[in-house]
Design a protein around this ligand. Sequence first.
Ligand code: TYD
Length: 134
Amino acid sequence: MQVVKYMFQPHGDDRGQLVALEEFKDIPFHIKRVYYMYDTASGVVRGKHAHKKLEQILICISGSCKILLDNGSEKKVVNLEKPYEGLYISNDMWREMYDFSDDAVLMVLASELYDESDYIRDYDEFLNMVRENS
Ligand code: TYD
């Protein structure tokens, strides 16, 4: 399984850092939605789903968290702990987010508007989708 991590270019000067993200330049899709998670309680596991269509880039803009990626045959854990790194997640990837630090803010750039019918929340259904697509 290939983990696709983007290293964004910080514009640093003596005032600090600034990262700018533009669709189709830094981000490989049209950004239709942005959401973020913070104040995540200790021990919580978020996500636990895949998507039919949605692509995402996850950026832990403060603190740290871990992302489990599962393509149906292989699993990998990715640490997100830098505000200038983004993890690309394709639609057909099962993902779980956990081990959030107290100060973690996990921001998600998404290629589609929120649509509950795009979610695959059942793991067996996810495995069937992966098998059908391969
Ligand atoms: P949920 O899908 O449980 O988040 P996660 O995948 O991180 O576990 O979403 C939590 C709530 O937020 C749920 O009521 C749906 C709502 N929500 C929106 O309204 N818009 C969105 O873009 C997202 C991601 C969630």
